[in-house]
Design a protein around this ligand. Structure first.
Ligand SMILES: NC(=O)c1ccc[n+]([C@@H]2O[C@H](COP(=O)([O-])OP(=O)(O)OC[C@H]3O[C@@H](n4cnc5c(N)ncnc54)[C@H](OP(=O)(O)O)[C@@H]3O)[C@@H](O)[C@H]2O)c1
Length: 198
């Protein structure tokens, strides 16, 4: 089967941890340039990663959002048309203060992301694990870590499953996108380390 390609918005703690895990299993990974007027592809000798404009990211099989969620509206939604997008973002202080507009436990943020990227197929996952745990080595006979996903589009969820299993996690589908509220800060599955019984 052909290897998946991944475009990532956000080369911070989470984006880098996921990228390293993906590269270690042979996936093609490129980060989005933050300054969208640039048209070249850049190679970072220190990390080995490539940075490319949104038009290049739009050609990848999957796009991962790992930026502060209040930067969402800096993205150009036209580059997300028809794409499967993993929303790994959370809203919590100090990124966003709790307020009437953002009551931390009541707003289903992935549905807001879906609303903004209306022509994309948004799947929520990878937001409920700490980036430290993405560096955990489970190759020594230890059990695999389990992630969860929520999303409305079945094909998009199949693609995300391929990716998540390729980077060596188990994955539980918890249903439609709005169920993702259980995966975000304050939700019952946030930060929970599930263990499969058999
Ligand atoms: N850290 C975790 O363990 C963890 C776990 C689960 C979920 N999350 C979520 O993942 C997201 C990122 O968290 P983080 O801890 O990785 O934050 P971080 O270390 O601050 O990294 C965020 C990165 O996004 C970049 N960025 C901001 N706007 C961008 C844009 N429009 N296009 C491209 N890149 C952009 C930032 O660049 P500049 O530095 O140049 O601004 C920075 O490199 C947040 O929503 C967070 O809630 C984090």
């Amino acid at each position: 089967m052909e290897q998946l390609s991944l475009g990532i918005y956000g080369s911070g703690k989470l984006g880098t941890a996921i990228a390293k895990r993906a590269v270690s299993v042979g996936l093609d990974v490129v980060f989005a340039l933050k300054h969208f007027n640039q048209t070249n592809v850049y190679h970072c000798p220190k990390t080995g990663f490539e940075f490319a404009p949104p038009s290049v990211i739009a050609n990848k099989d999957l796009i991962l959002l790992a930026i502060p969620i209040n930067n969402l509206d800096t993205l150009d939604s036209t580059f997300f048309k028809g794409k499967t997008v993993i929303d790994a973002m959370n809203h919590w202080p100090p990124e966003i203060e709790e307020s009437e507009e953002w009551p931390l436990q009541e707003v289903d943020t992935s549905s807001l992301v879906q609303e903004f990227l209306s022509e994309a197929k948004v799947v929520k996952t990878l937001n409920h694990i700490s980036y430290h745990d993405l560096y955990r080595n489970d190759k020594n006979g230890q059990r695999k870590q389990t992630l969860m996903m929520a999303g409305d589009d079945l094909k998009a969820k199949q693609l995300v499953r391929r990716f998540i299993e390729a980077i060596d996690f188990e994955l539980i589908d918890i249903g439609p996108l709005q169920e993702g509220i259980h995966l975000q800060p304050g939700g019952k599955f946030f930060g929970v380390d599930f263990k499969r019984e058999n």
